[in-house]
Design a protein around this ligand. Structure first.
Ligand code: NAP
Length: 310
């Protein structure tokens, strides 16, 4: 019997996904009708992104799962009408994109590239950067993205510490967890990468108190979520020199308003939420695999734990 897949992801997105999804579903041996409009009671799976106007999941009585196109699910996880299982996006191409972004920006800081890119003619400041093995980098969040980034950084030779909610044991990473672990992880972070989800527990994790735990002049790279950082505290820490520079990809309000101080601060680089995108080709395969698993009676992959919010 044919499945009905409702694509609820905002204008134009189905056009991008239609061909790759059709192919991925066929490769999984699934017969499915892919549509952006269907009677709710006929829908078997909902593929979802926050740009969709769909907010009330109550009428989707037959839906076996909601599959998010986004890795971050903060805009759907607290929707009380959503009783169906929710899967977040874990996509190899999205992960690769994040690894590329994080390694690139960490290397920019590590090598002090800005000084040479902006040097005046005749400047000959021959300060040799330390080796990666002498540079301590901390990654907050050791999930799909944090783990891949931490391991890639360790592969480049950096001395990497990782921090998560639950204990972890990862090759070449000094793993820490919990409140005590956070203190140690921050104290050792010359470069700090934040890859945590937006939850009530992570909101303003970086505030005046925690920023003060970082070594003076530490650099911050935030491709996680804007809510992880208390903006006023970061701006004050940048002004005082406690934080040497910050590269921010995500913000409380996006697009970041043109008047926001981050745009104008000499020690902030703004990137417009481009660290890692979900790519249709590989995401389609992830979606089709997950649907095929549920149809075969296997557990949904990457299911969001609703109570913890990620
Ligand atoms: P994930 O697999 O769910 O991993 C989240 C990690 O954060 C886990 O290691 C988790 O610990 C840890 N964590 C959560 N709450 C914590 C807390 N209160 N204290 C300590 N650790 C905590 O998520 P992911 O796929 O790696 O993605 C991470 C985030 O990246 C997403 O939520 C999203 O916001 C962001 N993102 C940004 C972009 C972009 O383009 N900028 C793209 C994709 C994703 P445990 O392992 O112990 O559970």
């Amino acid at each position: 019997m044919s499945l009905t897949l409702l694509f609820a992801a905002g204008p134009g997105t189905l056009d991008e996904y239609h061909a790759p999804l059709r192919m991925a579903l066929s490769d999984e041996g699934l017969d499915a009708d892919l549509t952006d409009s269907a009677p709710p009671e006929s829908v078997d799976y909902i593929i979802y992104a926050p740009a969709s106007p769909l907010q009330d999941f109550t009428p989707f009585t037959r839906a076996k799962a909601v599959l998010s196109l986004w890795a971050g699910v903060e805009r759907i996880v607290s929707n009380t009408t959503l009783t169906q299982p929710l899967a977040r996006m874990v996509d190899p191409a999205l992960t690769q994109g994040m690894v590329d972004y994080v390694c690139g920006h960490v290397l920019r800081y590590h090598l002090g590239m800005d000084a040479h890119i902006t040097a005046r003619p005749g400047a000959w400041d021959a300060e040799v950067p330390p080796l990666a093995t002498e540079r301590r980098v901390t990654v907050l969040g050791l999930g799909a993205l944090g783990q891949a980034c931490a391991q890639a950084l360790a592969g480049l030779g950096f001395a990497v510490t990782g921090w998560s909610s639950t204990p972890k044991d990862l090759d070449a990473i000094a793993c820490m967890h919990g409140a005590d672990g956070l203190k140690a992880a921050l104290q050792g972070a010359e470069i700090l990468v934040t890859l945590l989800p937006d939850t009530p527990q992570t909101e303003n994790l970086l505030d005046a108190r925690t920023l003060a735990l970082l070594p003076k002049g530490a650099r911050i790279l935030n491709p996680g979520r804007g809510t992880l950082i208390e903006d006023e505290a970061l701006l004050a820490a940048l002004d005082s020199g406690q934080i040497g520079h910050a590269t921010l990809d995500v913000f409380r309000t996006e697009p970041l308003p043109a008047t926001h101080p981050y745009w104008h601060h000499p020690r902030v680089t703004v990137t417009p939420h481009i660290a890692a995108a979900t790519r249709a080709e590989s995401a389609a395969r992830v979606l089709a695999r997950n649907i095929a698993r549920v149809e075969a009676g296997e557990p949904l992959l990457h299911e969001v734990a609703r109570a913890r919010g990620y």
